[in-house]
Design a protein around this ligand. Sequence first.
Ligand code: KG4
Ligand code: ZN
Length: 337
Amino acid sequence: MYFLAIESSCDETAAAVFTEQLSILSNVVASQTDLHARFGGVVPEVAARAHLQRLLPVIDEALEQADVKLAQIGCVAVHNSPGLVGALLVGVSCAKMLALALNVPLINVNHIEAHIYACRLAASKDIFPCVGLVVSGGHTNLFHCRTPLEFELLGATIDDAAGEAFDKVASILGLGFPGGPAVEREAAVGNPLAIRFPRSFLHDERLDFSFSGLKTAVLYAVRGKDLSRTSAALEPNRRADIAASFQQAVVDVLVAKSRQALLRTDLGRLAVGGGVAANQCLRAALEKMVAVEKAELFIPPFKLCTDNAAMAAMAVEKWRLKQWAPPDLDAVPAYNP
Ligand code: KG4
Ligand code: ZN
């Protein structure tokens, strides 16, 4: 039984082929980074148009790499929420059309929850129940994941997402787009203790996050209190120190909140997904924390952290319960846990 999955929620056009036994036969991602770089961020209309141009070739490539014919596909899965509505619509329309033409079931998968499912895929064993942390460009959420399909929200960001903070700080520091990897590279040669940036809610009971104050503190550190300086005037050492100190502040908060969630739920397992989970400093700090707390940590390899269609293998869980999507499935931009 072969599944074909489609992802088009933001700026990656992706398709994957996998089996009912969760064997990933192909996982093709066409990044649009080059298209958006000159705008310093993802432009929704540009993203939607690029998905339209690239999705069919990406699907062909995924089938070819998997050595599976379209006629052999027994189920089509698609991320239909959350994301940019125009971008999502391209994937959703294509998935509906394919399911109809092949006369096979259509299954919708939530992109945020699928980021956690990527940990299940990489672990090749059951990881549920667990605490789930999703750190992406648009979301920072902590969950109690009871089963692969039952997620209870424990906390979320009240303003910027962790990845968004990385992207905005990269822009403030003049490091370009995409911001996360650029800040990580710069931070590697800086001192994380150079500047004590704010760590919101660090000692608060609530499991929520806030990164906008941190972002503003970085802005003042770079441009001065009256914003009179430019990032170009920064000494290279100072730029690296700001990047490292910012990254450390984000990591400290993410690790502390994950630890609190582990202690509160007593689940002993932490699964982390989303683009920011590709950050080596975060991975190392989480590993240290779970070793102390004697918990198990699941973080997928890089290719399964950032946006991809293989993580839609969560559809296999829905398939077993016959949870098909309706034929009039819609794209839903907001995340409604
Ligand atoms: O999950 P993802 O690929 O897309 C969304 O669903 O949003 O996450 C993208 C986010 C971006 O904000 C990007 O800057 C961040 O993940 N990111 C990183 C790293 N790689 C990607 N943040 C920090 N360090 C990285 N190495
Ligand atoms: Zn994502």
